[in-house]
Each structure stands twice: as C-alpha cells, then as structure tokens.
Design a protein around this ligand. Structure first.
Ligand code: FES
Length: 357
C-alpha cells in the first residue's frame, strides 16, 4: 500500500483530475477494491462516508458512476470497492477489465451522508453509533467506522452487516481484526448461511435487530444498502420506538419509477414530448414518462449521469420552459430549485421542455 501523508492536499480547483489505478484486488467473488492515485501524489480531502464520481472510457464513451470512498481522508490514494450488478456497465467493466495503470477521471468528492455533516448525537454523555449495512452499502459506513476509531473522544461503534455468508462479506478480515484490536468496535454479522462460524444465521428482522444491538436506542444510526433492505431496516427501527431524529441513510440503488419504462400500449404514455436544447442546437423527441436523463443520453447530449439515484447531483440541469416531475432534489440547494434546476436522473417528462445544461 502506498505511503500516506497529510501535505499536498487536493483542493476543489484540482477537480476534475486524472487518476491512475495503482492496485486492484478481489474482496469477494463478485466484488473488487481498487486504489486510485494522482501522478503528483496529491492527498485527498473529503468527509468519511462521501463518494466520488468516476469517469471511465468504455468503447470510446466516457461513462460516469458514483462510488463511496472507503479509504480515509489525507491519504495519497482513494480506495473504491465495486460490486458486480446485473447490467452494470461501469461496475462490471471495472471488475472485468480495469487494470493497474489504467486512467480514470475523478470529480470532486461529495455527499451529505458522512460523519461530519451527520455527527453522532451523544445520549447520556456517551457517543454511540450503530452502522447497519448490506452488500456494497458497507463502503461508506466502513469509512466512517475507521475514522471514528482514529478520533478522540472515542465513539462506541456497533457495526451490523448482513451478508449471504463469510465468503460474500466484504472486508471480512479487516472487520474481524478491527473487532479484536478495538474495544470500541463491536462487530455483528448476520449471515444467511453461517456455516461453521460463530456468527448468527438468520434473516434480518426486527427481532434480530433488537437482539443483536440491545442498546440501539442510545445510538445514532447510519444505514446503507439496497433499497428494500433499507426500507425494512428503517421500519424495524420505528417499530422499536427508535428516535428517528438520530437516523441517517444513503442508497445508491436507482429508484424504479413507474414511468421510467413507458408502456407503448398505453396511448397516454406513448404520446411524444419535445426537449429543446438551444445551447446544442438540438431538439429531441421522447415518449411521455421517459426519464429526462435517458432522453438526453439517447440524444447524445453530454450529460454526466453518475449515481442514477438522485444523490450525487452530477445530472443537474435547468428547466427553462415547461415542467418535469421530480422524485428527488436532495443535492440541490433551495436557490437552485427556485432557479428551475432539476436532477435529470430523477425527473420524468410529461410536457414539452426547454433544457439548459
Ligand atoms: S446521476 Fe446522481 S443525482 Fe442524478
């Protein structure tokens, strides 16, 4: 692993920057970690839990996706962990084809799900957190856990991860050694198939949550994972009477929208709308109900669509004329919303619009 040091910190104006893959290894059979570094050994400044948007040249097109950073700030590399997803163009390319020496583009680290903007709230004078994750949702909470372990005053960390089995548990060896080395780090794994390990076997439920972390009401909770898992976990917390003002979450799973795949048999849905892009001298046609991001990408408009989940803000664009239906505005400021900015990945077309990128 490369040397780390705390000088030569990257500033906002250094982005976007070119980074090179300097290490790559398997975490599980369907998941790899990569280290990215800058030619000048720049150190990276971000808040633990944040993500970066990476642009990779695939078949002569630069494709962008957002990934949580699992290394710590102040290091001269970024660690990203990438899991295979069905039809996941960029993630699967990274797993199958990205090699040490390859170059990627890196945008500014961002995201509100981090332990600086969402600090733990002490209860009865004690700072205790519960990090709950499944699948690749482990990456931001793993970064937060490492950061708290390095911080003073100490934070009591309960780390609950749900996985199929040990072989599919991302960072398993590191988690076990953190558990052995730090009294403040309590590892709870719940496995579908525990094999001959000492970890409990079962399906995540309100009873498991209560049994595994009996003092959860004293903690601030950070949750990340697939959408349904997160909905379930939040509902279990509510059922247990948890104070949801101490609850923070993030999901990178694209939200299915009813209208993201228009039904051609539905005359209302198959009606056409026009998207005018004066700056590009372009006018596109799309079916009513199409995602604005899909329509722009299909029209060859150079928009960056990284997370597809309404989180990263990379697909921000301005609706100058007309209206779209948006289901997320979270990375936009009040001022931007007032000016007409929307997230193309989270907005469907129902009318003719004029768009400015
Ligand atoms: S692609 Fe991230 S917010 Fe739209």
């Amino acid at each position: 692993m490369p040397t780390s040091f705390h000088s030569n910190l990257a500033s906002q104006s250094d982005y976007p920057m070119k980074l090179r893959c300097i290490e790559k290894w398997s975490e599980t059979e369907d998941c790899v970690s990569i280290l990215l570094s800058h030619a000048n050994s720049i150190c990276f400044d971000f808040k633990p839990g944040q993500f970066v948007t990476i642009g990779i040249d695939i078949a002569a097109n630069v494709e962008y996706r957002a990934y949580s950073i699992s290394s710590l700030p102040g290091q001269n590399y970024l660690q990203l962990t990438v899991k295979r997803v069905d039809g996941g163009k960029v993630s699967n390319y990274i797993i199958d084809h990205l090699t040490v020496g390859d170059e990627v583009e890196c945008l500014t680290p961002a995201g509100e799900f981090n332990n600086i903007d969402c600090p733990a709230t002490p209860v009865n004078g004690e700072q205790k957190v519960l990090l709950i994750s499944a699948g690749c949702g482990i990456t931001p909470v793993f970064a937060m856990a490492q950061s708290w372990l390095n911080d003073e005053p100490k934070t009591d960390i309960a780390f609950l991860h749900i996985a199929r089995d040990i072989a599919h548990t991302i960072y398993f060896d590191k988690l076990e050694s953190m558990h052995k080395q730090h009294v403040d780090f309590d590892l709870h794994l719940l496995l579908k198939d525990a094999g001959d390990t000492h970890y409990p076997q079962g399906r995540f439920s309100v009873q498991w949550l209560e049994n595994l972390v009996s003092d959860l009401k004293d903690r601030t909770v950070y949750l990340c994972g697939p959408n349904q898992f997160m909905l379930d976990a939040a509902s279990y917390l509510e059922q247990l009477g948890f104070d949801m003002s101490r609850f923070h979450q993030e999901s990178f799973t694209p939200m299915p929208t009813e209208s993201s795949q228009p039904d051609a048999s539905d005359s209302e849905e198959s009606a056409q709308v026009t998207i005018d892009l004066p700056a590009f001298g372009q006018s596109l046609q799309a079916s009513k109900g199409t995602l604005l991001a899909d329509a722009l990408e299909q029209g060859g408009v150079p928009i960056i669509v990284a997370c597809r989940s309404g989180i990263c803000g990379s697909c921000k664009c301005k609706v100058k004329v007309g209206q779209v239906d948006s289901n997320s505005q979270s990375p936009l400021t009040e001022d931007e919303i007032t000016q007409g900015y929307v997230l193309a990945c989270s907005s469907t077309l129902n009318d003719d619009v004029t768009i400015e990128l």
